[in-house]
Ligand binder design. Structure first.
Ligand SMILES: [Zn+2]
Length: 161
């Protein structure tokens, strides 16, 4: 895979990556959608790709009325996922039915909420001609080049086994 477009590194807000607008300091980047922890782990651990960069933000989730959430972003070649940690005391009056709760000394808990950030890709296979015209490399019959027309992300797969 070509790595020249990958946002390698840490604490990174790459431009031109998955159509993500990183917004200002304390806002959730867009687009995003909440996912459950199984989908989060499926993308993060089971997608076949590793994390190439991370980012961290303290921000206010639009639907949260409490304090800021600490959000860790994990950037993979074709996806970005995030987990928000909202720390809350057990005596808080807020009623939470979403998120994964992790006890913190019996008096508080971490409420973890999971997100997929960036484009929900819709890949289509490109012809050899289109692949080359778009600056890609098409190196034979076992090369399959795909593009997401929504965000421009390209993916090349070698099917030779
Ligand atoms: Zn896309």
């Amino acid at each position: 895979m070509r790595t020249d477009k990958l946002p390698l590194g840490v604490w990174h807000e790459p431009k031109d990556y998955l159509g993500i607008d990183w917004k200002t300091y304390n806002k959730m980047p867009e687009p995003y959608r909440e996912i459950d922890y199984e989908e989060f782990l499926k993308i993060l651990v089971c997608s076949g790709w590793g994390v190439v960069a991370t980012n961290f933000k303290q921000l206010q989730l639009p639907e949260e009325t409490g304090g800021a959430a600490s959000v860790n972003f994990f950037l993979l070649p074709y996806n970005c996922v995030a987990v928000a940690d909202i720390y809350e005391y057990t005596w808080s009056k807020s009623k939470r039915d979403q998120g994964l709760k992790i006890d913190s000394h019996g008096k508080a808990y971490h409420c973890l909420r999971f997100f997929k950030v960036g484009c929900d890709h819709k890949f289509r296979e490109m012809s050899v001609k289109e692949t080359v015209e778009r600056g890609g490399i098409h190196d034979g019959a076992f090369c399959h080049a795909y593009i997401c027309d929504k965000c421009g992300t390209k993916q090349t797969v070698d099917s030779s086994g």
